[in-house]
Ligand binder design. Sequence first.
Ligand code: HEM
Ligand code: HEM
Length: 472
Amino acid sequence: MRRPLTVAKAPIDEVIDADHQLTRLVFAFITASAVWLVFGTLVGLYLSLKFRWPEIDHVPWLTFGRLRPIHTNTVFWGFASNGMIGLAYYVVARTSRQRLHSYKLGWISLALIQISVVAGDICLAAGINNGAQEYREYIWPVMALFAGALVLTCYNFYWTISNRTTKEIYISNWYIMGALLWTISLATIAYLPFYQYGFAETAIQGYYMHQGVGMWFTPMVLGLTYYFLPKLLNKPIYSYSLGVLAFWTQMVFYTMIGAHHFLYSPLPWWLQTVAILFSIGMLVTVVAGTANFLLTMKGSGHAVRNTYAVPFLLVGVVYYFVGSAQGSFEALRSLNMIWHFNNYTIGHSHITMYGFVTFLIWGGVYGLLPRLSGREARQLFIGMHFWLAFIGVLIYGVSLSIGGTLQGLSWLAGKPFEDSVTLMAPYWLWRAIGGTLMFGSHLLFAYNVWCMLPSKSRDEAVETYTEVPSAS
Ligand code: HEM
Ligand code: HEM
């Protein structure tokens, strides 16, 4: 049945005739995602306070070295991964016009991810980790659980897509399957015993860090946006070909750029140069992807004005361009010399992982959940979530970009390190202020998700539904 997806900033009165079992699975993933977001960013907020007030506590469990990886791994594997995978379960089945291959495998994947994040965080807090290897601090048995969840999800999606009742594989599914396959191989390679020490450890660390963000989070959210944006606007994507161009250039260029994390290091100079060249080449991918989304939105000002899901997507797309273009410049040797090792890179991480990835996840969540459950959160609270997060990340990004640049210039000028610490104090305070707004928005998000959960009566109403949902 064809039903309009665009709704005004008013309670919705139409719902998708979705598959009840799928709805429950999607909600379980999104609820888990919201819980991890609150926990992970509470830790992030506390960390940001420590920059301004380092003497705030003297508890071993709360030291910076333990809490930092708890923050990053929780938001990566707990918040963003659960959110993206949850939305992908819906998108894959819907665009394939097919029931999910196996609900049971979906629930097992969900459980494996939660167990891995709980176990991983407890280990990190207790000081049990895989060494100072960013984003792969979880010990291997823990990461094996996460990788297992990805394998099951990949298998589940593969058969759902394979049994599709449509002729074409929709572009979203290319991105989603690509992301899963890349990340499974990435997680395996990064944990091979001979890549845990020496020179190879450094090379693989660069490869892992950037493939993590570039071949997991980026293609997953882009794939989801290729579904949600045209759906919410009720029109087709501007150009399928641009989407395919962006997909393949992403696959080729992004895999070559990990070494830009280690410019001026003992890694071979030519390897660093290759990474820089492909980092610039990424502009092709990013411009193609951004243009495709913005041209799809052209003439749809009413959707931006009348919904909150579309503004979330719009912000995500703009930050995709801003953050990636910023990254391409940061990869140049002359500029990396200023920005490497300092807070500019932290700003870039949040401009991309938050402004881009997180906003696109939220756009998908607000676009989908009310139409699955028939229950919408209060518009006021969705609006407050949007503005607090938007202003918060703007303050976060701008303050650290300015502060980080001054920090780098101070180091280059040969001034004492302490000078750069004093110089950063007001910028760290601003980051904590931005972070407080962001954290407030996450509490609202969690509350909004709770408000959108299906009611029992609605559950019973759709329980009897058996028809395969239409992809239109
Ligand atoms: C064209 C695209 C991009 C390029 C060329 C690029 C380039 C860079 C560079 C040069 C660094 C700093 C390396 C250093 O000096 O330490 C960096 C760091 C980082 N980037 Fe990007 N970036 C891009 C897009 C993205 C996207 C889309 C994301 C997130 C989804 C992202 C997430 C990160 C993160 C988390 C770091 C910090 C890594 C660390 O912990 O050291 N980047 N990026
Ligand atoms: C209330 C919101 C947040 C606050 C206050 C916050 C704060 C922080 C702080 C203080 C750090 C350590 C920076 C350092 O070592 O100098 C950090 C690191 C990081 N955070 Fe967040 N964060 C927040 C939300 C998020 C979210 C939602 C994500 C991802 C979806 C994220 C991803 C990261 C990453 C990737 C790093 C490592 C950056 C790097 O090494 O370049 N953060 N965050």
